[in-house]
Ligand binder design. Sequence first.
Ligand SMILES: [Zn+2]
Length: 155
Amino acid sequence: MNHGRGPDNGGYRSTMQRGLINHLDLTVSDLERSTVFYESLLTHLGYRRSSEYGGGVPNWVVRAGPVSLSIGLHRARASTPHDRYAPGLHHVAFHAASRADVEAAHELVKRIGGVVLDPPAEYDYTPGYYAVFFADPDGLKLEVVHEPRFDQESA
Ligand SMILES: [Zn+2]
């Protein structure tokens, strides 16, 4: 790993963690309806609406240390319903800060008319894995999860 300045980047090195997802853009059948849904969900999760990206697509960004992710929406040009068992995206999971944070997301999803697929529960994927699963207005499966393995030691 090269921690120094390299000739291939003008002498600068990105502060972002290499390999992490930079942005995720979703195609939606009703841009206005999904903008309302994602505005509520993503601002709840700590994203802010952004105009950093061109093209006029709704876009939200979260940044923390060496991690930055933006999520954008695009208007569908076909009416094929989303099928997570067809080739493509199966589901997207967001980190939560705690179990209470997962439960708060569950309450929010119910308030904004999201479809709860599986209410908050513990799963055995990793020790203490606690998640809620729900669908966006097009049926795209989303998840908000707390995993204790990512918790910081409290001093
Ligand atoms: Zn998952």
